[in-house]
Design a protein around this ligand. Structure first.
Ligand SMILES: [Zn+2]
Length: 334
């Protein structure tokens, strides 16, 4: 698993801090304990001298080397036993002086036998999506605070659309989607005017999917394109052994692209978009795309091969209602 160098470095810094914290805590613990039970400190000093004493014996060419080593071993064992007895009789466990690592599996080194440990994988994932700006949104949007009462049951006399019923259906679908998420889940095109909850619902899905340990990238189309363009022209230099942002985008478990249609469309953005949509479909990796555009406007802005994939191979969800930011604003005032 490779990530851009900046992400790798940030994750590795966090790992080092964890290790340092664990060591500092253990050292502070030890000092406290030694102040209370000074004999423990003497025992540790004596045990630490073992290596030096052993070297001395060998260098001096002592005649009864084997006997001397045996004697030292026994002394060590009895010191260790004494230490354990002191700890136990004072109500401590015998391993209370050990360093308590955040991850016991790899002792906060991030690797087990040259393989990357799950704790480091998680740190890398966290950094990867944090770098794309999902964290602040994630903390404010959830399924729990999605308020269906902001949606009217009628749009007007001439329409028989019931926005609240439509949104209830979409909401239920999104909750199930997050719960059952996996490779091969639907890709979703969420369409409809600004302020109807598309971002809120897709971020709520992201939170649920991240919770299950998946790597999620959340970005507006514009931000992603800026990033990819910078990378393309070499302003973001990734190390040779790390993956590009494009690879990260293609390989993330879930990719959420907000505000399709508000970006500055160029040949470059068009071909990037096609590459992302097409590759992820082939790999059965789910993508969620939000847009204010209807199909007609999309056809004007994007190539036919993009629009046909979105219209035919994505599940299309059409949100309905009046701008809930205005409705909720009015409710707050009243
Ligand atoms: Zn670990």
């Amino acid at each position: 698993m490779g990530y851009p160098k900046e992400i790798y470095n940030r994750a590795y810094d966090k790992l080092l801090k964890r290790k340092e914290n664990a060591r500092l805590k253990a050292a502070a613990n030890k000092q406290q304990l030694y102040a209370k039970l000074p004999r423990l400190e003497q025992i540790e000093r004596q045990l630490n001298l073992t290596g030096i004493n052993l070297a001395r014996l060998v260098l001096n060419g002592s005649e009864n080397l084997e006997q001397a080593i045996e004697k030292m071993k026994n002394e060590n064992l009895s010191l260790q036993k004494e230490r354990d007895d002191i700890l136990l009789s004072n109500g401590y466990s015998t391993n209370c002086l050990d360093i308590n690592y955040f991850c016991a599996k790899c002792s906060d080194t991030g690797y087990i036998d040259n393989n990357i440990c799950d704790c480091f994988k998680q740190l890398l994932k966290d950094e990867a999506y944090a770098s794309l700006g999902s964290v602040s949104l994630l903390s404010s949007c959830s399924f729990d605070n999605f308020n269906l009462s902001y949606y009217p049951t009628k749009l007007g006399d001439s329409s028989d659309v019931n926005p609240r019923a439509v949104m209830q259906g979409i909401y239920d679908y999104c909750v199930r989607y997050a719960r059952n998420f996996g490779n091969g889940s639907d890709s979703i095109l969420m369409m409809g005017h600004t302020g109807l909850g598309k971002t809120h619902l897709s971020v709520s899905i992201a939170a649920g999917v991240i919770e299950k340990g998946n790597a999620v990238i959340y970005s507006s189309v514009q931000n992603l394109m800026d990033r990819l363009e910078r990378e393309r022209f070499g302003k973001d230099n990734a190390a040779d052994d790390s993956k590009s942002y494009m690879q990260l985008v293609l390989e993330s478990d879930l990719l959420i692209l907000d505000d399709l249609g508000t970006e500055f469309a160029t040949t470059f953005t068009n071909s990037c978009l096609y590459n992302i949509i097409n590759t992820r479909l082939i790999d059965a990796k789910p993508t969620i795309i939000n847009t204010n555009l209807d199909i007609e406007k999309m056809e004007k802005m994007y190539s036919q091969r993009i629009v046909s994939r979105l219209a035919c191979q994505y599940r299309v969800l059409k949100v309905a209602g009046k701008d809930i930011r205005l409705v909720s604003g009015m409710k707050n005032k009243s």
